[in-house]
Ligand binder design. Structure first.
Ligand code: NAP
Length: 206
């Protein structure tokens, strides 16, 4: 496919760009040229840039895979529905993070008391992370979320459950941004078959 990439020079983008090419895609830097003529687009930019980028794609009828977090997902869903174009967003494209959320949802049924600690690189703009908010929503027990921002970290999360005389800790660590590549490739493979509007979460594709 011909892919319009927004954010190709960012920390995720520099890993994603060569991986998309290695997977057989042609990659266009959409920041200057726009997405016209592309089959799909990918956005890993920033919360205050993503909606304008997506609107450009929707105007051209191009489906978008969105990795950017910390923006209004409801607004994006409305825009995509109005345009009749499918879009996909995962708060976390790492396979292990998807499983962590699944296990946390399951564990919350037995342990109503839990707290989430999410740890990310100091450059991350939004807090709490999209992954932590999505995990809490799936648990349904309104866990407190603690955000840590420090150099040296990539993306990490612990969900700690406490009960009488025991705790259970579910932890996921992303050590390199290569962890996001398989999920983005899967989403690109599937996004054009999705219904118009926004589909959220890799679980919907696995
Ligand atoms: P980053 O290093 O700050 O990179 C963002 C890139 O986007 C920068 O190169 C920036 O360029 C560029 N950019 C800014 N505005 C733009 C625009 N209007 N059009 C095109 N490009 C633009 O951030 P990152 O660590 O790669 O993360 C990017 C986003 O993905 C963040 O929201 C992060 O939370 C999210 N993320 C999601 C996942 C997931 O699995 N869903 C995983 C990791 C990260 P300038 O520096 O020139 O502004």
């Amino acid at each position: 496919m011909r892919i319009a990439l927004y954010g190709g020079e960012g920390k995720v983008g520099v890993v994603l760009q060569p991986a998309l090419v290695a997977a057989g895609h042609e990659v266009v830097d959409a920041r200057g040229s726009g997405p016209e003529g592309c089959d799909a687009a990918v956005d890993f930019t920033r919360p205050d840039a993503v909606l304008a980028n997506v609107e450009q794609c929707l105007a051209a009828g191009i489906p978008v895979v969105i990795g950017t977090t910390g923006f209004d997902l409801g607004a994006l869903d409305n825009l995509a529905r109005e345009a009749g174009v499918p879009c996909f967003h995962a708060p976390n494209f790492a396979t292990g993070a998807v499983l962590m959320m699944r296990f946390a949802e399951e564990s919350a049924k037995a342990f109503p008391r839990a707290e989430i600690v999410e740890l990310h690189n100091e450059a991350k703009r939004d807090a709490p992370s999209g992954t932590a908010k999505a995990t809490a929503a799936r648990m349904g027990t309104d866990p407190a979320i603690h955000s840590v921002r420090l150099p040296g970290l990539v993306a990490h999360q612990e969900v700690i459950f406490g009960g009488p005389g025991e705790t259970l800790t579910i932890r996921h660590d992303t050590f390199s941004r290569e962890a996001f590549v398989p999920g983005v490739l899967l989403a690109l493979d599937r996004v054009r078959e999705l219904p118009p509007g926004l589909t959220i979460g890799l679980d919907a594709l696995l």
